[in-house]
Design a protein around this ligand. Structure first.
Ligand SMILES: C[S@@+](CC[C@H](N)C(=O)[O-])C[C@H]1O[C@@H](n2cnc3c(N)ncnc32)[C@H](O)[C@@H]1O
Length: 224
C-alpha cells in the first residue's frame, strides 16, 4: 500500500484548494513548472501528477504533457480541469506508456513533484526510478522534488537508483527556485540526465537568478 493512500491528505478539488488560496494571496504556485521550463522541454511526463497542478500549467506554457497517478480521486479533478491532457491511471513503480510504434514513449523531462518519491509503497522506489528512467528521452532529464526526513527515502538511495539505470546527476537544489543544496537541508530538487543525443541544457542557472540568505534554506536537525 502506498504511503499516500494511508494519509488523510485532502484529495481532488480539496487538494487544489490550498494552492488556490496561496495563489489568491499572491504566492507563486508554479515554481515546479518554471523550474522544468528552464530545460526547454517539448514533452513532459508528470509522474504522480495528482490533480494535474503542474502538468496543466506546463500544458498552458506550450509543452505536450501526460500525467500518471494511482489515485482516482486526484485524477478525476485533473480530467475535469483539463480533459485534453493524457491522464493515465497507473502505478509509477510498474508502468509502461507505449508509443505509436510499440516501443516505450519517451519525454524530454519526467517529473515527480510534490513528494511523490516518499509517498510510494516503501520498497518500490528503485523500481519506480527504473520505470521513470525508461521514459526519459536520450539527453532528457528526470526531475524530482521531495522532502528529506530521517528514516525515509533519501537522496543517497535516490542517486544510487538513478545511477543503476544509467542516469547521471547534473544538479541538486534545496528549492524549486534554485536555492543551493547543502547536506542536511530538508528538501531536495534533483536533476538526473540520460546521456545521449538531443542533449538539453537549462536556459539559465536557477540559483543565479536571485541572492540567497541562510534562512531561505531549511536545515534538518541532525540525527540522534
Ligand atoms: C502530494 S501529491 C502530489 C501531486 C502533484 N505531483 C503535485 O505536486 O501537486 C502525491 C501524489 O503521488 C501519487 N502517488 C503516490 N504513489 C504513487 C504510485 N505508486 N503511482 C502513482 N502515483 C502515486 C499520489 O496518488 C498523489 O497524487
Amino acid at each position: 500500500m502506498s504511503r499516500w493512500s494511508s494519509t488523510d491528505a485532502p484529495r481532488g478539488d480539496a487538494y487544489d484548494e490550498r494552492f488556490d488560496r496561496l495563489a489568491a494571496a499572491g504566492h507563486d504556485v508554479h515554481g515546479e513548472a518554471s523550474f522544468v521550463m528552464a530545460y526547454g522541454p517539448t514533452s513532459v511526463l508528470d509522474a504522480g501528477c495528482g490533480t494535474g497542478r503542474v502538468a496543466i500549467e506546463l500544458g498552458r506554457r506550450g509543452v505536450a504533457v501526460a500525467g500518471i497517478d494511482l489515485d482516482l480521486a486526484m485524477l478525476e479533478s485533473a480530467q475535469t480541469k483539463s480533459p485534453g491532457i493524457d491522464w493515465i491511471h497507473g502505478d509509477v513503480s510498474n508502468f509502461v506508456i507505449p508509443d505509436d510504434d510499440g516501443g516505450v514513449r519517451t519525454f524530454d523531462v519526467v517529473l515527480t513533484a510534490g513528494n511523490v518519491m516518499i509517498f510510494l509503497t516503501p520498497g518500490t522506489e528503485r523500481s519506480a526510478v527504473r520505470c521513470l528512467a525508461d521514459h526519459v528521452a536520450p539527453g532528457g532529464h528526470l526531475v524530482s522534488g521531495f522532502q528529506l526526513t530521517e528514516r525515509r527515502y533519501g537522496v543517497d538511495a535516490y542517486d544510487r537508483a538513478c545511477a543503476s539505470v544509467g542516469l547521471e546527476r547534473v544538479a541538486r537544489y534545496a528549492t524549486w527556485d534554485g536555492a543551493p543544496w547543502l547536506e542536511g537541508v530538508g528538501y531536495a530538487v534533483s536533476v538526473h540526465q540520460r546521456p545521449g543525443a538531443g542533449h538539453l541544457e537549462p536556459a539559465g542557472d536557477a540559483a543565479a537568478q536571485r541572492t540567497w540568505r541562510a534562512d531561505d534554506v531549511q536545515v534538518r536537525p541532525a540525527a540522534d
